[in-house]
Design a protein around this ligand. Sequence first.
Ligand code: AMP
Ligand code: ZN
Length: 468
Amino acid sequence: MQALYFYNTLTRQKELFRPIEAGKIGIYSCGPTVYAYAHIGNMRAYVFADILRRVCEVAGYDVKHVMNITDVGHLVSDADDGEDKMEVGKKREGLDAWGVAEKYTEAFFSHSSKIHVKRPHIVCKATDHTVEQIDMIKKLEEGGYIYVIEDGVYFDTSKFDDYGSMAKLDIEGLQSGARVDDIGKKNKTDFALWKFSPKDELRDMEWDSPWGRGFPGWHIECSAMASKYLGDQIDIHTGGIDHIQVHHTNEIAQSECASGEKPFVNTWLHCEFLSLDKDIKMSKSKGDVLTIDALEEKGYNPLAYRYLLLTSHYRNPLKFSYDSLEAAERALNKVTQHILDLREHADSNVVLSDKAVEHQKQFMEAVCSDLNTARGLAELHAVISDTEISDAEKYALIEEFDIVLGFDFADMEKNKEEIPAEILSLVLARDKARDDKNWSESDRLRDAISDKGYVLKDTAGGAVVTKA
Ligand code: AMP
Ligand code: ZN
């Protein structure tokens, strides 16, 4: 078993990982809210979780990866106010809440597979687990942690001494600065466990509960499903950094109070945000998002986006631009070409020389040291350019690294058509001209693309370019 080191948000330190049960690792990842397409920022959180799972597997562990699908309506803001997300989706689509959830769950897995994010071993929907959520709220009720007000059942955060410790929340400061809540919450940080359906409105998604008809609050689904599939104490929990303050803070409170204050999660891993150049939009609540499909329709290989993500450490903020994506695609194409050229020397019985073993060691150390994929990719390039190892060794090492990196190099077709960066720039310039309603410039750019032997087609997802 290879030693694993992770930066744990609980301690703000890189620590040697110790599993709860020898040889096994349980991972819970907060999954997508399926009322709109997942944007490429969201997909960073899933590529990161995918790398984590792959690294744990190659380190020799038996991994169980669980991810939820938030398909029940909850509110647009982390605080319990704002519009219901599923209602936002419904208004936009003319589908009922179930239809909205189904459409975007399917899209999520289609986007995930395009960037080689493995499907977690267990994918669990919030709407399939209302019984478990109600059971957990009952346990919290028995422990005296809840109270009921007009619009729902709330968790009383003042009853949990450790509340907010992972996020290092200044509870007293928050309390003193808080305006008194109109809905009657006792503490600013209290949150809904169960919301009552509005009296004058029939919701598509609502259930009976001991407290009244309604629907679960957002946070409870993760606590209930994590304990169902992984037990009261779990090894690793992942999400984006935005979840530290509210969602994960609340998960810890619920889970630890329901289980008798056993530590809920040993290692919390959070990925930093992907941001965009200001002229590229990524707002999920407005339904106007940059998706993996949109990148593909613009002519990019979705795996170039995976490559781009892996060039940066998951704990570093990353700024997306088409220039960086093009650079990633060029690098990926070059690596792929090298690997395909090496393929004829593949030898499954090759014995690795000391130099090759050193590359192997460097790669594993990099990825097992808090998932340093950037160093892992650098090692891949070092293998390609090493003149002291044989082609068969190179091929064997790259195949091994690819189990973690996840490009499936060996399957990429040799003559996969590549859209040159120059053409992609013209397509982007034309997109911009169209946004600016500069039709003559847009026509000129279309002609320029066509003169270079490429055909441009406008689709609902944007312009698609192919070789004529
Ligand atoms: P949501 O569907 O909004 O619950 O988000 C799904 C996942 O994406 C969560 O783990 C978020 O923390 C994460 N996330 C949201 N926005 C970004 C972003 N811009 N960059 C990286 N991760 C993000
Ligand atoms: Zn969650």
